[in-house]
Ligand binder design. Structure first.
Ligand code: DOR
Ligand code: ZN
Length: 453
């Protein structure tokens, strides 16, 4: 892939987790070389052959987003998504890095399968895709996958596998999950846990005919508690995916406190994510969309009290990152009850509107949750910030752009948005990957106004 020789992003509001200031950014060979505060002498006379993009003093330049959790359905379900459509959706949403879950057909449970996927994604040259490896063969929950034979640490041998996960379902056997956690520790990577292995109380509630919103809460809380106990014993890095109940938030907050009081011998590390849909929507939306069809997602959309607990948790750091759980499905599958929402192309706008414009988070904190912090969880030290030596993976945002969610215009094949028709304020106008413009919004009223030669 050819890197752009030089890119000057001029007169922007520069926002990352450590700054919010007017200035300009100089990228060379795909890497940020300089960050200039407003009024500083710019390097344009040094290098005549470069591209300039004008921010006009109002557009915001932020690090490209990093998604810890997406489903690209490739291989196996091209009617839902492919690497191509998923990558286009990702860059349209401002993403430069996406971790893809293994519940494809076949399941990604060997290094060879993961490598094929990674190579194909790299050929597209739009963004960085990282496959996870499933914990068990075929995600059947019976025998550990190839993770048990890999050489560690992976950041030395296979740095393109930054996470392990069986997302899509939980590993029911405590013993097997514990073994997987030990392998993850040996390999030096986080293990992302999809917490819904029920326990007897949830089974009783199900058998008694209680509604899904009742038993699925018991399931998640039980599963989170189980994972935290096993993780404490395994002393590795466990990451909790799509936290959705206030009780799980409390369990995670307590477990993080326990770590500080009594650090384990080898390094119990706990991180957690919440999705834009659980942070911004409640069961009322699921009900209006159809609880068993368009509104169905795992875990389900919950109550306003749960949503407020999640917002408090992203504010106080109990939840470390916002991840999409982008789960594209066809119309047919949704009508038959397939759980999940397409999310890559609306995640930033939803979070900006619900969290930043409502004064719950600063834009800088949102950047941390969607870029720098997920990058840290994956062990990437080269992205997620606007600073010299970091990668030129950036996005241009117009925080005032007014638009409406129209799933038929999504690059994703999954049109199953939970917010079709939603009026939005704030939009990703452009995505830059390693110093090259890989996405530019054709809908923005201002998309050409800021762009220089
Ligand atoms: O709703 C969901 N859909 N949640 C998950 O965890 C998996 C996903 C899928 O793969 O469709
Ligand atoms: Zn998922």
């Amino acid at each position: 892939m050819s890197l752009s020789p030089g890119l000057l992003l001029r007169d922007f509001r520069l926002v990352d987790e450590t700054m919010d200031m007017p200035g300009s950014v100089w990228i060379e060979q795909g890497i940020i070389r300089d960050v200039f505060p407003q009024g500083a002498l710019l390097p344009e006379t040094r290098l005549p052959m470069h591209q300039t993009i004008q921010g006009g003093g109002t557009l915001v330049l932020m690090p490209a987003l990093v998604d810890l959790h997406a489903h690209f359905r490739d291989p196996g379900y091209p009617e839902k998504e492919t690497l191509e459509s998923g990558s286009l959706a990702a860059v349209a949403g401002g993403y430069g890095t996406v971790v893809c879950m293994a519940n494809t057909k076949p399941v990604i449970d060997t290094l060879a399968k993961a490598r094929t996927l990674k190579k194909r994604a790299d050929t597209l040259g739009l963004m960085d895709l990282y496959p996870v490896l499933a914990l068990t063969q075929g995600m059947e929950g019976k025998v550990l996958s190839e993770i048990r034979c890999l050489k560690g640490p992976l950041h030395e041998s296979e740095p393109w596998i930054p996470m392990l996960s069986e997302d899509g379902k939980d590993v029911v056997s405590d013993d097997l999950l514990y073994q997987a956690m030990q392998e993850a520790r040996r390999l030096g990577v986080p293990l992302s846990c999809h917490c819904d292995a029920g326990g007897p109380e949830a089974e009783e509630a199900k058998a008694a005919g209680k509604p899904r919103e009742f038993w699925s809460r018991i399931e998640e809380n039980h599963a989170t508690q189980r994972v935290l106990e096993l993780a404490w014993q395994a002393q590795g890095h466990v990451h909790i995916a799509h936290v959705s109940t206030k009780e799980s938030v409390d369990l995670i907050r307590k477990a993080k406190g326990r770590r500080q009081e009594k650090p384990g011998p080898l390094g119990f590390t706990l991180t957690a994510e919440a999705t834009p849909h659980h942070l911004c929507l409640t069961h009322g939306t699921a009900h209006a969309l159809g609880d068993t069809t368009w509104g169905r997602v795992n875990p389900p959309l919950r109550t306003e009290a749960d949503r407020q607990a999640l917002i408090q948790a992203v504010r106080d750091g109990t939840i470390d990152a916002i991840a999409t759980d982008h789960a594209p499905h066809t119309e047919r599958d949704k009508l038959q009850g397939a759980p999940g929402f397409t999310g890559l192309e609306t995640s930033f706008a939803l979070c900006q509107m619900e969290l930043v414009q409502q004064d719950r988070l600063s834009l800088s904190r949102l950047s941390s949750l969607m870029s720098a912090s997920p990058a840290r969880i994956l062990g990437f030290t080269d992205r997620g910030r606007i600073a010299p030596t970091f990668r030129g993976d950036l996005m241009v945002v117009d925080t005032e752009a007014v638009w409406q969610v129209n799933p038929s215009l999504f690059r994703s094949r999954g049109k199953n948005s939970p917010v079709p028709g939603l009026p939005c304020r704030g939009r990703v106008l452009m995505t830059i990957y390693q110093g090259r413009v890989v996405f530019e919004s054709f809908l923005s009223p201002d998309s050409s106004s800021g762009k220089g030669k």
